[in-house]
Design a protein around this ligand. Structure first.
Ligand SMILES: *Cc1c(COP(=O)(O)O)cnc(C)c1O
Length: 386
């Protein structure tokens, strides 16, 4: 076992060696511009992009022409939310989202609020889920978009997306889903979930950073969307700019691997996660699970520890990479907006850890982490009591 141990796979993942191998030729021999129509360099790049587009589409049950390549889920969220808002001008000015969304979604909504849009941020239950009926009540005749994430990046909770999709379809309101944490981990199907727009990204599924996709429905209820990046008209005019061919090839390969391996990998991660949770909870009192266990990604665990200082806890875990329940976007750490939305007190939120297991996590690493965490928490509690 090698130290330090990486348990922060919700932040990013290591590139799978099979993904890297698929990408390498596209930096050197096959370096063409996929938009070059006059020679074989361009044709080869275009061919590779077409194969990858099919692989990406297959993982989510889409057609390849519904995939728009972007730089990642942040950009996809921006194009979906601002793009629909702009294309709906004059027809409505209301958006429904949720309090526990990723900042990429929340900050797009905030920007639109400054431009005069109204946004309803649905609260979540203590288990982290949005009750579909709350969504139904929030919809108005002026609602132009619903944006609810598939799975939460901090507490791993999986929203009732197909029920929410049914309601949005009934009301003929476009439905956007940030699925960066769900795609490749649990089965996602844009048709059975009635999704119109969906953001996802390669670096959360053992692919490279800087490449992602926006799914845009083109069958049945077609969504209207205005581009946020103008230029050469790439990606059906929705996202101009020379395609990142090696990144796209890697993204395609990463999706194909998930499609092949998810059925085995998902229960493996689930049992590693349970081993981590049970190991910690059996050895320590005063540990609480954040978010419900029933509708949850198999690789996620988020725990709060009473009676310890969050910063000392992280410092003690010097050879385990995890995230804390505080957002350090500024100098003073703030309790995460997700934990706050669950009603968790700031002090307890600071003493929270997010574990994200991944393809390269092992039982040996989990056992090491359990022993280390139990030791550090016991030590900190003893110090605090003297
Ligand atoms: C990681 C993540 C993003 C951002 O994705 P990038 O590809 O890094 O821009 C957005 N939403 C969620 C839920 C994420 O987990």
């Amino acid at each position: 076992m090698k130290l330090p141990i990486y348990m922060d796979n919700h932040a990013t993942t290591a590139v799978d060696p099979r993904v890297l191998e698929a990408m390498l030729p596209y930096f050197t021999e096959t370096f063409g511009n996929a938009a070059s129509r006059n020679h074989v360099f361009g044709w080869r790049a275009e061919e590779a992009v077409a194969i990858a587009r099919q692989q990406v589409a297959d993982l989510i049950g889409a057609s390849p022409r519904e995939i728009v390549f972007t730089s990642g889920a942040t950009e996809s969220d921006n194009v979906a939310i601002k793009g629909v808002a702009e294309a709906s001008e004059g027809r409505g000015d209301h958006i429904v989202s949720c309090a526990t969304e990723h900042k990429a979604v929340l900050d797009c909504c905030k920007r639109l609020e400054k431009r005069g849009y109204r946004v309803s941020y649905l609260p979540v239950q203590p288990d982290g889920l949005v009750p579909p009926e709350a969504l139904r009540r929030a919809l108005t005749g002026k609602t132009v978009l619903v944006s609810i994430m598939y799975a939460n990046n901090e507490i791993g909770t999986v929203q009732p997306i197909s029920e929410i999709g049914r309601i949005t379809r009934e009301h003929k309101v476009p439905f956007h889903v940030d699925a960066a944490q769900a795609v490749g981990k649990i089965p996602v199907d844009i048709d059975s979930d009635s999704i119109d727009l969906m953001s996802f990204t390669a670096h959360k599924i053992c692919g490279p950073k800087g490449i992602g996709a926006l799914y845009v429905r083109r069958r049945g209820s077609r969504v209207r969307l205005s581009a946020q990046m103008d230029g050469g008209g790439h990606e059906r005019g929705l996202r101009s700019g020379t395609l990142n061919v090696p990144g796209i090839v890697g993204f395609g390969k990463a999706c194909a691997l998930c499609a092949d391996e998810m059925e085995e990998e998902s229960p493996r991660l689930g049992s590693l996660r349970d081993r981590l949770m049970n190991g910690i909870m059996q050895a320590l009192d005063g540990v609480s699970l954040n978010g419900g266990l029933d509708h949850r990604l198999p690789n996620n665990l988020n725990l709060s520890f009473t009676g310890v200082d969050g910063e000392s806890l992280l410092l003690g875990l010097d050879d385990i990479a995890v995230s804390s329940g505080s957002a350090c976007t500024t100098d003073t750490p703030e309790p995460s907006h997700v934990l706050r939305a669950l009603g968790i007190k700031p002090e307890l939120a600071h003493a929270s850890l997010r574990f994200g297991l991944g393809r390269f996590s092992t039982a040996e690493e989990v056992d090491y982490a359990v022993a280390k965490i139990v030791d550090v928490v016991n030590r900190l509690r003893k110090l605090a009591s003297v």
